[in-house]
Design a binder for this molecule. Structure first.
Ligand SMILES: [Zn+2]
Length: 594
């Protein structure tokens, strides 16, 4: 297992537009990467050389195929078998490679229209609070969205809300509420979760209930093209009419028949046929249609809404791996049946979330909503945890990992807070335009590692690991005797901070205020420890008195008592302060697991 969240203790100091799509326009050259500019304005102190560009990949630089990259979760068995790492080696380091579920290999990303990206991600069915599986999907695609924008693309990001569905109707019945108003309420709750997790808003968030004309038009088109049939107001898609059915999932129609578990509607021509339109049942919401009153089946909404906002040809369609079959398979069939030229260039899917290595499920009682998790852990710690594993690998949720992620974000923000504090005492205009070679090399290496890892199918774990070195360098400059005497110290701190902030912004980990997040992280730690700050301060006082009267056993036991619940004490000439830490018992678990 990769060590992403190292324990790093240090003294705590107080603190809609649719654009025209034409497949004939690709391939096109890629944009210049903005990340390369991060080091350009500095000259190296010593040999006064100005570096104008990011520089080519040197032999000594870490390779995207090195061990860290592999252990960081290269995407699981199938992807590793088919990966195109050899191609990456041959290509320049400026191309983004993404794993395409359709081709089952990594491919160079080339949008259909130069400079523009159309991306559709299947949204939530809004009938309850979202769980951490949802958090993973939308954080993963938020990183992709942010990275594409960082590379200079104009991204039209569409993420739908399913507000008409069996589950919504069932829940509304339980609560005696109108289904549309119930789902509206949960759409807002979902949006709140996305804000907590620092996910950017998509360009458009269409809802099924507001797109009935487009859905009905598409069903009409599929019927006109002879790929669906109507039985008593229920319209079914005829899978036998689409010869490529199963292309995305690799499943054959025979497998579907053999695996049929639910009661099959005997009126269907093929048990694998699926509903495009369901006739209205007593007490259910319905819309008028050429086939009588009813509502759409689940799959058709994404075909209709993606076509409405992105056209039939667009670049990226994404979601969780559980959507590959039947949802995305059916979407492809519907879209192609409605319009032959339909094409999505890249199908991207993220891996599952397991809880303590077991599948998350309500019946097993190991089901966590985002709200439950962020009640005890900071949302940015949850985000760091979610992107600390490659997006295609399964991710195992556990309190230990969340504690480690919390510890890591505390370290990152405390370091940047301290750095900002020192920089605030120095005028920017007084700074020289140069930094020492060692700092320059640290920043260059960092930028290059991030660039290579992100271009390689968004290897966020490697980018997160890469933060360690510049953060350590900042801490050395801030707190060690040698660092404090370092020539061009302020210039170095400013350059290091800038480079780290650029990367945190790409990863969606850049807060508006370091001190605010540090305060919130401390509050969450107190909540987990079931202590108030006053109680901790009281313990510190008791310990100080014990030390003054040379009762070292007592003072030690107070320190251990607090460390056991995740409160670490720090002694300095100015007194004792505290900061959150991984509880001792969990640190031991970590050691035994290693
Ligand atoms: Zn969908």
């Amino acid at each position: 297992m990769i060590t992403l969240f190292q324990c790093c203790y240090k003294p705590f100091l107080p603190l809609r537009k649719t654009f025209l799509l034409s497949p004939s326009q690709w391939p096109i050259p890629l944009h210049r990467h903005k990340i390369s500019t991060a080091t350009t304005r500095y000259a190296v102190n010593g040999p006064r050389v100005r570096f104008r560009s990011f520089g080519s990949t040197r032999q000594s630089q870490p390779s995207i195929n090195d061990e860290r990259s592999k252990t960081a979760g290269g995407g699981g068995g199938e992807s590793n078998k088919n990966n195109s790492n050899s191609n990456i080696n041959k290509s320049s380091s400026s191309e983004l490679w993404l794993y395409n579920t359709m081709s089952k290999q990594k491919e160079v990303f080339r949008p259909k229209v130069a400079g523009k990206v159309g991306m559709y991600v299947c949204g939530v069915t809004a009938y309850d609070l979202s769980h951490i599986g949802h958090a993973r999907v939308y954080v993963c695609f938020d990183v992709l969205y942010r990275y594409l924008r960082h590379l200079g693309y104009e991204v039209n990001y569409v993420r739908n809300f399913t507000d008409v569905d069996d589950k919504i109707i069932a829940r509304a019945r339980e609560l005696g509420e109108d289904p549309i108003s119930l789902s509206r309420r949960y759409c807002e709750e979902f949006r709140r979760d996305m804000v907590y997790l620092n996910c950017l808003s998509p360009s458009v968030e269409p809802r099924v209930s507001e797109h009935m004309p487009q859905i009905i038009d598409m069903i009409k088109q599929i019927l006109d093209n002879g790929c669906a049939y109507n039985i008593d107001g229920d319209v079914y898609f005829s899978v036998d009419k689409f010869s490529d059915y199963g292309q995305l999932s690799g499943r054959k129609l025979e497998d579907n028949r053999a695996g049929e578990r639910v009661a099959v509607d005997s009126r269907k021509k093929n048990p694998a046929d699926f509903a495009l339109w369901k006739s209205a049942k007593e007490g259910e919401p319905f819309w008028e249609s050429p086939w009588g009153p009813g509502r759409p089946g689940w799959h058709i909404e994404c075909s209709a809404m993606s076509a409405a906002y992105l056209g039939y040809l667009f670049d990226i369609h994404g979601g969780g791996m559980d959507l590959i079959f039947p949802h995305h398979e059916n979407e492809i069939a519907q879209s192609c049946a409605a319009c032959k030229k339909s094409n999505v260039s890249y199908w991207i899917h993220n891996g599952f979330v397991t809880i303590d290595s077991e599948k998350m499920s309500k019946s097993l009682g190991n089901f966590f909503t985002i709200r439950q998790v962020i009640d005890l852990y900071h949302p940015l710690a949850l985000r760091l945890f979610l992107i600390g594993t490659h997006y295609r690998s399964p991710i195992n949720y556990s309190d230990v990992l969340l504690e480690k992620a919390s510890d890591r974000v505390f370290y990152i923000y405390q370091t940047l807070h301290d750095c900002e504090e020192v920089l605030s005492h120095h005028n920017e205009e007084d700074r020289k335009d140069s930094i020492p070679p060692a700092v320059f090399s640290c920043i260059s290496k960092f930028n290059e590692e991030v660039l290579l890892s992100m271009l390689d199918d968004l290897h966020t774990p490697v980018s997160i690991s890469a933060l360690s070195e510049p953060l350590k360098t900042i801490n050395d400059l801030l707190h060690t005797r040698q660092g404090k005497k370092q020539e061009l110290r302020i210039e170095s701190l400013a350059a290091l901070e800038k480079a780290i902030k650029n990367v945190l912004a790409i990863l969606g980990l850049m807060p508006t205020s370091y001190s605010e997040v540090l305060q919130q992280l401390m509050e969450k730690a107190l909540k987990r420890a079931k202590l108030t700050e006053d109680q901790v301060l009281q313990k510190i006082e008791e310990r100080t008195s014990a030390r003054m009267s040379k009762e070292y056993e007592k003072s030690d036991s107070i320190r251990k008592e607090l460390a056991a619940v995740g409160i670490a004490l720090m002694d300095s000439p100015d007194g004792t302060s505290w900061r959150p830490a991984v509880p001792l018992s969990m640190q031991e678990q970590q050691i035994s697991a290693a």
